[in-house]
Structures are given as C-alpha cells and as structure tokens.
Design a protein around this ligand. Sequence first.
Ligand SMILES: [Zn+2]
Length: 298
Amino acid sequence: MKYCEITENVSFLSDRVNIGLIKTKNHTILIDSGLDKSTANKILRVLSKNNLTADIIINTHGHADHYGGNAHLIEKTDLQVWAPRGEAHLLEFPEYEPAYFFGGAYPPPELCSKFLKAEPSRVDRRISAGERINIDGIEIEFVSLAGHSLHQIGVVCQNVIFTADSYVEEDIIKKHGIPYYADIASAVKTLNYLVESDFDYYLPGHGELLKNPAEVCRLNLDFFKKMEDLICNILKTKKEEAELFAAVVEDRKIKINSMQKYFLLKTTVNAFVSKLAGEGELESIIKDNKLYWIKSSV
Ligand SMILES: [Zn+2]
C-alpha cells in the first residue's frame, strides 16, 4: 500500500481497492476501508508512518471490498462512519448483499465469503448525493454515481473526485467479460456525467489515477450497448430466463466456476433485462411455471 499525494489536502493509498484520504487541520478522513482486517491493518500502518490518525471513514457504497476494513478500524481507532443513505443498511446488516443475489432469501454459505459479506459496521451519519460539507475550511461534496450499486456516491474535494466503482478499466472488461453493474440506466447517466465533468483528477476504487476518464467511460458505455444488442438479438425468439443467461455468458466467453460468480453475473444480466423491459424493448411471459423474455414486436 503506497501513500500518494494528489493535492495539498487530498491523497490516496494505492492498493487493490484504493483508499482516499482527505486531511484538514483537525481531521483525517478515509474514503473506503478495503476488504478486511488485513487491509485495515495496512491502512493503520501507512497512516501511522505519516503521523496521521483517521477519525472519519466515508464509504462510497455497501460492497464488502469497500467497507470490509471498517470493523477493525472502528475497534482500533475512535472514528465515525459516514455512508450513503441508500447503502448504509448493507454495512449494518452485511447479509443483505448476498441475500440480494439469492432472491432476497438468507444466502447459502457459498455466498457468504468475505468478498460478499464483510464484518458489520456501525454507521454514524447517513449522507446524500448533493450534500456539501465544510470541514476546517475544506469543502467536500457528495455526488451521485449510482449504477454499479443502487446508491453509490462519489466524493469531491479540491477538484479531485473519488469515483468508486463507476467505471472499470478495459482489461477488467476483457478479464471478467461482464463487469458488475446493478442499475444500467443510472450507470449510463453516471458515465455521461463523468465524460462531461471537468475535475482535475479521477481516482477509481480499482485502477489508476486519471486526469481524464472520458475514454474509459466511453469503453464502458460501448460495452453496455453491446450487451443490450446481444440480449435483444438472443430474444428475437422467446427464451426461458436461465436459457437467456447461459446464452449471454457463452457469447461473452465466460466460464462460471463458482456460485459467487454465477450470481454476480446473473445480477448484471438481470440489470440489463430490467433496463430493456423498462424501455418497452422486452416483454415477459409466465408460462408452465417458467419465466420467459422476448423482444417486443414493434
Ligand atoms: Zn463495488
């Protein structure tokens, strides 16, 4: 984990999940806390080397790899946790994330690894997109970056934006075939917002600090278009839900080798189906106790 300065008050700790850092006269604020206790310990070591003690964590969204370090940081340091209003319940009740994947039911053990279910975290303050706060004369603004999760936020300070998981780099799209998104219509808005924005720096949850994310955001938008075309093409004739899923996964040349991967992909494919159905492009049919989808006839 490397300490990297961006502006006078804004830095980050570069790691598998980048951790943002905002220093004001009296406060040290972390943005996200990584996966687990071991990440939290790495954060504590780097902070201590730099004579810093964090007293606030702002979590961008309720995914285990972004808040999993909270529990250990809370135990070791007297800090406050701030989380988006619509994501806070995931930190407080971590079984919700895998339960979402399992149709809302209590999740089976295969979905309860630390990658999907972290230690629970207290939330002291619920924050909303559009909110601005001033800490010791330093302004911090929260913006909506919904899409990857339903209520993900970005954090802006000194014209640097922490973009969480709003876009993924090209090699991740290639490696995963279908990166995780929960709400495609919102993700399109978020990506267009980032393309048109004019911040000095963009730091994603995973990947490099960028001065301009337009190219990578456009790649994500192109991927969305490809997925929508693929689904509409497959659904020229009606397909049972599982049949559609298998056809999409096969086309993207993905090999599913775990239940975790199965449900992450399933949720993203559902997110595309849901967007297309909402736009009137797809219709559902319930027949013989099965759910089918078909492209709407124009
Ligand atoms: Zn995430």
